[in-house]
Design a protein around this ligand. Structure first.
Ligand SMILES: *Cc1c(COP(=O)(O)O)cnc(C)c1O
Length: 382
């Protein structure tokens, strides 16, 4: 099996697992239990992870709220800010956002908020002049992801942050795909809220964070979970200590190694694209080839059905654009928003490369894909 689906999830780095293990067994304390050593050591471990997690985005550790993953972080950012709103009743987002952003936005629209969903250009990029026009002094929050999960296309955080600041709107970014991979500085980019999830950068599943700006401005955000008042009241519930330790360990590895790692991953991605393009005609890139994540490629193969292709290549773990929202099985709305035809979307495959992908795997995958695509093109469809 060759795993080329790192944007869906990544394997746990063995070093992260090693850091987590004691927190499943002898170190079982509740980080909120103050008086004894069990609680104190858990709290210290959570605080150390919080400091590591904050460092990745240039935040203060006190601005980090632990969650169960990016879906919860996105929900907390959008619904929490909406619940605390006084006066402003307008939300802005983009058609290519993850469902964890679009669905809460649509729910809020149903409960009295005005929602603007911006389109994108054919290369997946956001039209900043459109964004500027749609933000008004009634806009509460603008939510634009950093990197798109299907195409890897990166949006310019600093430019978006400036437009939000100028109108006094909060800026939330779903940075789940870029956190730990691309440089992010919440202050220079004017970010007020940011979502991330450990399992996208070789950490464990079920743990994420929401960065909530504390000053300049202080973000007003209501909790979704009421209870013990953990996480400064933003998120009640006993902390997932092993998961949080894993998040911190995974973040620390990214900070230490990402320069070299991202270069290596980009090189593998470029090799894969070169091999497929030189072996095949009718290959188009979905999304701008310039400003995108190092490990992501989304290619359209003319005359091919990506699901059929994947069925014939069970040894490759890939993602067709329909599988991305597999609970729904419909052609990718992300590629649709970029103006691509259903035919092109059906022939599109996302391949995402990660820490453990090898050069040999890339050559093997390219060879298998080229062979199978040639075969399917030579076989008339029944
Ligand atoms: C994976 C992903 C999510 C969901 O993250 P979970 O931690 O699995 O809930 C949200 N947004 C983006 C952009 C993602 O890639």
């Amino acid at each position: 099996m060759i795993y080329l689906d790192s944007n869906a999830t990544t394997p746990l780095d063995p070093r992260v697992l090693a850091a987590m293990l004691p927190w499943f067994s002898e170190k079982f304390g509740n980080a909120a239990s103050r008086p004894h050593r069990f609680g104190a050591e858990a709290r210290d471990a959570v605080d150390a992870a919080r400091a590591e997690a904050a460092r990745v985005i240039g935040a203060d550790p006190e601005e980090i709220v632990w969650t169960s993953g990016a879906t919860e972080s996105d929900n907390l950012a959008l619904k929490g800010v909406a619940a605390a709103a006084e006066g402003r009743k307008h939300l802005v987002t983009v058609a290519t956002e993850h469902r964890a952003v679009l669905d809460p936005c649509e729910r809020l629209e149903g409960s009295g908020f005005q929602l603007s969903v911006l389109g994108v250009a054919r290369d997946g990029s956001l039209r900043l002049d459109q964004l500027e026009r749609v933000i008004t002094d009634r806009t509460l929050l603008v939510s634009v992801m950093h990197a798109n999960n299907e195409t890897g296309v990166l949006h310019p955080l600093e430019d978006i942050g400036k437009l939000c600041r100028a109108k006094g709107a909060y800026f939330h970014t779903d940075a789940t795909q870029s956190y730990g991979k691309e440089p992010i500085d919440v202050t220079s980019a004017g970010i007020d809220l940011l979502s991330a999830s450990a399992h996208k950068f070789c950490g464990p599943k079920g743990v994420g964070l929401l960065y909530i700006r504390k000053r300049g401005p202080r973000v007003r955000c209501e909790q979704l979970l009421h209870g013990g008042g953990q996480e400064r009241g933003y998120r009640s519930g006993t902390l997932n200590v092993p998961g949080i330790v894993g998040f911190g360990a995974a973040a620390a590895i990214c900070m230490k190694e990402r320069g070299e790692e991202q270069r290596r991953i980009r090189d593998l991605r470029d090799r894969l694209e070169r091999a497929l393009r030189s072996g095949l005609d009718g290959v188009e890139t979905n999304g701008t080839p310039e400003r995108r994540l190092a490990g992501t490629t989304n290619l359209a193969f003319e005359g091919i059905d990506a699901d059929e292709l994947m069925a014939q290549l069970p040894e490759l773990a890939l993602s067709s654009s329909a599988a991305c929202t597999s609970a729904r099985m419909q052609p990718s709305y992300v590629l649709g928003a970029m103006g691509h035809s259903d035919e092109r979307i059906r022939g599109s495959l996302r391949m995402s490369i990660g820490r453990f992908t090898t050069e040999e795997e890339i050559s093997t995958a390219a060879l298998a894909l080229t062979g199978e695509i040639r075969r399917q093109r030579n076989t008339p469809r029944s």
